[in-house]
Design a protein around this ligand. Sequence first.
Ligand SMILES: Nc1ncnc2c1ncn2[C@@H]1O[C@H](COP(=O)(O)OP(=O)(O)OP(=O)(O)O)[C@@H](O)[C@H]1O
Ligand SMILES: [Mg+2]
Length: 207
Amino acid sequence: MGMFIVMEGIDGAGKSTQAKLLAEWFEEQGYETVLTKEPTDTAFGKLIRRLVLTGGREGIIDGARISHEAEALLFAADRAEHVHKLIKPSVEAGKVVISDRYFYSSLAYQWARGLDLGWLVDLNRFAIRPDLTVLLDLPVKESMKRINGRSIKTEFDKIAELQKKVRENYLQLAKRFPEVRIVNALADVEDIHNDIVALVEHEVLKK
Ligand SMILES: Nc1ncnc2c1ncn2[C@@H]1O[C@H](COP(=O)(O)OP(=O)(O)OP(=O)(O)O)[C@@H](O)[C@H]1O
Ligand SMILES: [Mg+2]
């Protein structure tokens, strides 16, 4: 059996940066590694990008052009394909799978939009639990500095408000799901990477 590790956190927390570094670290250790993400690059993921995450990130603010429930179902459909076609087979083949976002994102963001958390949890029950979920936590002000330029100024306050709620939700989820471990994402890229490696060694490789 391989391993399954997930990176989570608000927009700009450093998920993609750290997922890539961790995948490189595993490769160096001699593990066959699969670096993946959600939404995926499949037809479902593309549909999500078109309907939900369209330019100007308006979807992040108001749920875009489809209902919140439809959005949640689309993300779950994309995830079902991801789990059955890539994550499960790869883990069963002994590989290390690292996913940039997973069902925790659906819970944190869609709960923030007002959907019922219990319904979201039930909807995602098929999604196999990772061995470790790294929650990159940092203040919204800092994350928005990092991704400054990705959004237009008039949207700034609205985005910040939602991101604050999402951050709080992630911290709540860390209490509910024991595999979620909080990492301080305010540090330097290298220091965060070392913290994540230490967690992996301690929690997953049980060194
Ligand atoms: N520890 C850090 N300190 C300062 N800047 C960082 C740090 N980690 C990442 N960055 C920079 O912040 C920006 C956002 O990082 P990254 O793309 O990894 O975040 P993300 O969580 O994947 O964002 P998104 O949710 O939008 O995909 C990038 O420009 C990246 O180079
Ligand atoms: Mg990213």
